[in-house]
Design a protein around this ligand. Structure first.
Ligand SMILES: *Cc1c(COP(=O)(O)O)cnc(C)c1O
Length: 371
């Protein structure tokens, strides 16, 4: 068997930046709690994306949870959420005992459809927050979505877990709403093995998020708590990996873009293939290169043919309103996300791939058109 090609797996810097920061933490015995790497990682990430403040947390999911809490979402509140996403976007709505209403995608962005969002506001005028996702590193139609949320005076939370390094009209995704979140899970464009970040221009709220994330310990010598707390902070070792990875983020985006263009050039003319949409406003990070198949060759054919060659690929996310756990909740839209799920494939987008690996993927896929 040839070596396995992954969808997207951890890729530490050639320079060994991560190891240096982690070594510092070890040498000073400051592996926890918190510490210099955590403080610096927050500052460096906030500077990179152009946000006033950031809180380093144990996961992207934890960041979404505390963003919802910061936005005042509580029991019985309605939250609009894209249906086409990973379950981690929607789960924290349930943690807060709130109620998700799922919104369809549009073909122009694959992300939250602004028209469906308008329709949802007509149906549910009392909404506490809107979560928008930038799927696969493609930015949503932010001008329209921000305008709609402002007009209804509702907080916007950006789940930018997949879009670190993506710019919408020159401004970094995750900085358009009241709160933005990032993930450093193992499959993301940069990783700390696991972790997340909440960003906001509201420094007071970010301080509050740090407080909640450290068990809501009041300023007192004895242990005193006047609010519910969580154990959601990032460790100083993990933050060291993040600082090193952040230095190679631009390099990773370049490689991801190269991979996308390679596939597009080699596969773009095959009948029935369409590549994910890159809009004129968008400078994506190309986290995953995705296609839809509308002809004879079906996604399962591609996925199985690649698997036979020891190459990993995946379908597009299965919409939340089709999930057994979430299907009792309302959905606003038509069948766009269902069609994307039915026809979509995520191609291997691992930044460690050499051209020979990309050739292997491309040749395997082309083979299906020769039959
Ligand atoms: C990865 C991901 C998350 C969750 O991040 P974790 O760090 O794994 O908790 C949330 N939303 C989306 C869209 C993701 O892809």
């Amino acid at each position: 068997m040839p070596d396995r090609i992954f969808l997207s797996s951890p890729h530490m810097s050639d320079e060994g930046y991560e190891r240096e920061y982690v070594k510092e933490a070890f040498d000073t015995n400051w592996i926890a709690p918190l510490g210099e790497n955590v403080n610096q990682f927050e500052k460096e990430l906030a500077a990179k994306v152009g946000s006033k403040a950031a809180a380093a947390l144990s996961s992207g999911t934890a960041a979404i949870h505390l963003a919802l809490k910061a936005a005042g979402v509580g029991e019985g509140d309605i939250v609009f959420c894209p249906t086409l996403t990973f379950a981690a976007t929607a789960n924290p709505i349930i943690y807060q005992n709130a109620i998700p209403v799922f919104i369809d995608s549009d073909y122009k962005t694959w992300n939250m459809c602004p028209d469906a969002l308008e329709e949802a506001f007509e149906k549910y005028p009392n909404v506490k927050a809107v979560i928008v996702v930038h799927l696969y590193g493609l930015s949503a139609d932010l001008d329209r979505i921000v305008e709609i949320c402002k007009r209804h005076n509702v907080a916007l939370i950006e789940d930018a877990a997949e879009s670190l390094g993506t710019y919408y009209k020159g401004k970094h995704t995750g900085t358009f709403g009241e709160y933005g979140i990032f993930s450093f899970n193992g499959n993301k464009i940069i990783t700390t093995s696991g972790g997340g970040m909440l960003v906001s221009d509201n420094e007071e709220k970010v301080a509050k998020v740090r407080f909640w994330a450290t068990q809501s310990r009041d300023q007192a010598r004895h242990y005193q708590h006047s609010e519910l707390g969580f154990n959601y902070r990032m460790s100083n070792v993990v933050a060291g990996i993040g600082r090193g990875q952040l230095k190679v983020l631009d390099q990773r985006v370049e490689k991801k873009k190269y991979i996308f263009n390679f596939y597009k050039k080699e596969l773009g003319s095959l009948e029935g293939i369409e590549f994910m949409p890159v809009n004129e406003w968008d400078k994506p990070n190309f986290w995953l290169s995705c296609i839809t198949l509308n002809g004879q060759v079906r996604p399962i054919d591609v996925i199985e043919a690649l698997e036979r060659e020891n190459i990993e690929s995946r379908p597009i996310w299965k919409p939340m309103h089709m999930q057994p756990f979430f299907k009792k909740h309302d959905f606003v839209g038509t069948n766009v996300s269902e069609k994307l799920f039915e026809n979509g494939v995520c191609l291997p987008s691992d930044t460690k791939m050499a051209d020979s690996d990309l050739e292997r993927v491309v040749e395997t896929i082309k083979g299906l058109w020769l039959k």
